[in-house]
Design a binder for this molecule. Structure first.
Ligand SMILES: *Cc1c(COP(=O)(O)O)cnc(C)c1O
Length: 470
């Protein structure tokens, strides 16, 4: 089709390199709005095709001004990794090689690469080496996949085969989780027919952790199949649930314990931080992201299950046209059959950073989060709401102002920070307050970036207060 493939790839390389070269000084928020982008893209369906090089040139022109600088060094919005070069390049090759990575015999190289990447992940995260790993799109689907394995196994123990017979007539499954579980966990429960509201919630402390002893009390009176869900890395505070006591209470009830560790699980890759997740290795399954702390391209997450057979029973795809065998088939551990070779970018990022590089990066981000908290917390009317144990900082502005007004001013300050573009931070609601939530997780952030960003946030905040006083 394309006669000039090398030229096309050179064009793409050029565009990508230019974008990356500028990312340190490009404003972090998009300059143009969604409405403007819709208008730019609102083209009629093309009747005739065009050469690929022209298509790519058009695309690069259309996105102008509408890309967020999520790979920039001062992007602290949500919890988003920086798509580092080794992973990005491996992902390009994954596309170029066009490996539909479902079956080990059909795509031996990408399947074997994934298998090794899986083992490396288990070693890095210090999780049981017998666990199976499904390569999925992110923690949302990782949690879903693990919870599917959990549902199958707790019902199997109750004499029910949910994979064959579904949930109709099945013994009820209790789901127990912390009051501040991540919203995507509830999505997983919905997809699985377990219901987002049909849950037992465990009260949390001021860091969003399950209160000590509360989990054991919550499940004490429950009978029958139980799935418990704990969290490593609260989205606002970075806090960890008290896993050791949760695991003990869960297993005393023969419950399945799942851990949502989208970014927090990576604390285990850093020796000084392993104490945070102490005891979480006792769980039965773990959901974690690649595209957050490991800096792989989107989309990348891992569903890790101690009982590989339960994992496989929940996800196996039996198709007569696929070669079988005893090997690990990638599709048997993820919801999709056809998918990209996600093992390549994961393998490449672990190979590029090494165990030491990953530990150094996680350690540095946590130190930078503390640095950010010190800089911001030094301001008279600013409060850091969390213990900065990891990479997340929850900031409350206007401690001397009435609540509703402080919330409104906080939103104005966030908008100003984004507009001015030195850095990017987002907002969230937590403990009845509007907060700035800062996630230090991009690979290229330096201490100087932290200082510059803290200054930008404080100056935006002071400007909003001045405007209000007028
Ligand atoms: C980001 C996140 C998720 C969802 O992960 P995706 O990669 O967006 O699917 C789930 N739980 C926690 C704690 C998260 O931080």
């Amino acid at each position: 089709m394309t006669s000039d493939l090398p030229a096309l790839l050179r064009d793409v390389a050029q565009l990508a390199a230019e974008f990356r070269a500028k990312s340190a000084e490009t404003p972090h928020a998009p300059r143009r709005s969604y409405a403007e982008m819709r208008a730019a893209f609102a083209l009629p369906l093309p009747e005739r095709g065009a050469p690929a090089r022209q298509v790519i040139a058009e695309l690069a022109e259309l996105v102008e001004g509408g890309l967020a600088n999520m790979v920039g060094p001062r992007f602290f919005g949500w919890v988003i990794g920086a798509t580092e070069p080794a992973g990005m390049a491996a992902d390009w090759l994954a596309a170029a090689w066009g490996q539909n990575t479902g079956n080990a015999h059909a795509t031996p190289a990408s399947s074997a690469c994934e298998e090794t990447a899986a083992r490396w992940l288990l070693e890095l995260l210090a999780l049981p080496l017998e666990s199976s790993v499904g390569f999925v799109t992110g923690a949302t689907i990782a949690n879903f996949t693990c919870l599917a394995a959990a549902r199958g196994e707790v019902l199997r123990r109750a004499g029910w085969d949910v994979e064959a017979d579904g949930l109709f007539g099945a013994p009820p499954v209790h789901v127990v989780l912390g009051e501040e579980a991540h919203s995507t966990v509830f999505s997983g429960l919905r997809y699985l027919g377990l219901g987002a509201k049909r849950v037992v919630t465990v009260p949390v402390d001021e860091q969003g952790r399950m209160q000590r002893g509360a989990f054991a009390r919550a499940i004490a009176h429950l009978d029958g199949p139980i799935i418990a869900i704990a969290q490593a890395g609260h989205i606002n505070s970075g806090a960890f649930d008290p896993f050791e006591e949760i695991a003990e209470a869960a297993h005393a009830k023969n419950a399945w314990l799942h851990v949502d560790g989208a970014f927090g699980l990576w604390a285990r890759a850093c020796p000084e931080l392993t104490h945070l997740g102490h005891g979480l290795e006792l769980a039965d399954s773990w959901g974690v992201d690649g595209h957050k702390w490991l800096q792989t391209p989107h989309d990348s997450g891992y569903a890790i299950v101690r009982d590989a057979e339960a994992h496989r029973r929940a996800m196996v795809i039996a198709a007569s046209y696929l070669p079988e065998g005893k090997e690990r088939h990638p599709a048997d551990y993820a919801p999709e059959l056809s998918r990209r070779a996600r093992g390549f970018p994961t393998w490449a990022m672990i190979r590029a950073l090494g165990r030491e590089g990953i530990a150094d990066m996680v350690r540095r981000h946590c130190a930078q989060a503390r640095r950010m908290a010190e800089r911001l917390g030094a301001e008279r009317d600013v409060e850091i709401m969390n213990d900065v144990v990891l990479n997340q900082v929850a900031v409350r502005l206007g401690t001397d102002v009435d609540g509703a007004e402080a919330d409104a001013l906080t939103d104005l300050a966030i908008a100003r920070v984004q507009r001015e573009g030195v850095c990017f931070v987002g907002g969230a609601n937590w403990r009845g307050r509007r907060i700035i939530r800062i996630s230090v997780i991009g690979a290229n952030t330096t201490d100087e970036d932290i200082d510059r960003s803290a200054e930008a946030i404080l100056s935006a905040w002071r400007a909003e207060r001045r405007d209000r006083a007028r």
